[in-house]
Design a binder for this molecule. Structure first.
Ligand SMILES: Nc1ncnc2c1ncn2[C@@H]1O[C@H](COP(=O)(O)OP(=O)(O)OP(=O)(O)O)[C@@H](O)[C@H]1O
Ligand SMILES: [Mg+2]
Length: 300
């Protein structure tokens, strides 16, 4: 599979069927038909899953997702069933395992943006639109948008980039009613999340949700929620539109990988090298800090 420096071998657990190895998570189905999502400590940068893990990242991101699911539960129901370890699972799955209802997934990356950057900025610079939505003149990298926008994307294979699609295209693919529900839920959840993050000194620039329908036909939020892996967080005190904002969690790693110290050529085909211990420690501290700032809870 492209993207992995070392393709991991999934742990086999009797009673669980291994379904999928994602960049970061392993996915299983249990005997009751629920999904078991196990977040690893893997980290990706520049389209590579790096050969070095960040200790505790899987637990931090899982706990953060669970915290957000709970905070925003009144806005949209979520897929979490339990955090109990399945029978026979390794003890080190504790804290990074979520048992979830298996939903009929809507095949759309439901992205909300409150700030302009990344693929949104590129489209804006060319056409003054994002996902076909017209935006005012004069915005720069990192600008806050007049109001949050729904900028859906189609899901790409590992190693490929998701593709932004106009709302009308989503409506054609999944139906007008589903598209409208997706947009409404995405913007509502993003807006509340952005407000909560802001109170804690973090800008939630954009984020990606995934939704599915349950047996009753209710739209349910799935996957992970408002983690640094699915969202862009910026420290509010360093926010300065006009250039790329430092990423809260991965900046240390990106900077090292592109520095002469790594000896790595980003534009070549050679896989990136192992990260040095101080870069790993620094990155781990940033994930823990994100958790502590957002939740107000000490990381244990
Ligand atoms: N409640 C759910 N019911 C059914 N499928 C779900 C549910 N929650 C998440 N999924 C799906 O499970 C999969 C999780 O995979 P994962 O995110 O680990 O890897 P990926 O999407 O292939 O790659 P990436 O690491 O780039 O996200 C996704 O396909 C997601 O759509
Ligand atoms: Mg995914």
């Amino acid at each position: 599979m492209p993207g992995f420096v070392d393709k991991p071998e999934p742990v086999q657990v009797p009673g669980l069927v291994h379904l999928h190895t994602g960049k970061v998570r392993e996915l299983y189905r249990d005997a009751a038909g629920n999904l078991v999502m196990v977040a690893s400590d893997r980290i990706s940068a520049y389209d590579w899953v790096l050969p070095t893990e960040i200790p505790d990242k899987g637990r931090v991101l899982t706990q953060l997702s669970l915290w957000w699911f709970e905070q925003l539960a009144e806005l949209v129901p979520n897929h979490v069933v339990s955090t109990d370890l399945p029978e026979g699972a390794p003890a080190d799955w504790e804290g990074r395992t979520m048992v979830c209802r298996a939903l009929r997934m809507v095949p759309v990356e439901a992205v909300a943006r409150g700030y302009l950057t990344g693929s949104g900025l590129l489209e804006y610079q060319r056409y003054r639109t994002v996902c076909g939505l017209a935006l005012p003149e004069g915005l720069v990298d990192g600008s806050e948008l007049p109001a949050p926008i729904f900028t859906p994307a189609t899901k790409a294979e590992v190693g490929e980039h998701d593709e932004n699609v106009p709302y009308e295209e989503v409506a054609r693919q999944v139906g007008a009613e589903t598209a409208a529900q997706l947009r409404q839920a995405t913007l509502a959840v993003y807006s509340r999340g952005r407000d909560i993050a802001k109170e804690r000194g973090l800008i939630l620039a954009d984020t990606k949700f995934e939704f599915g329908y349950d047996d009753q036909g209710t739209l349910v939020i799935a996957d992970e929620m408002l983690t640094p892996d699915s969202s862009r967080y910026w420290p509010a005190d360093a926010w300065e539109p006009g250039h790329a904002q430092p990423s809260y969690d991965k900046q240390i790693i990106r900077d090292w990988l592109t520095s002469p110290a790594s000896g790595w050529d980003r534009s070549g085909d050679t896989p990136p090298p192992e990260l040095p211990a101080e870069v790993v420690a620094h990155s781990r501290a940033r994930y823990v800090e994100a958790y502590e700032r957002l939740t107000g809870l000490p990381w244990t």
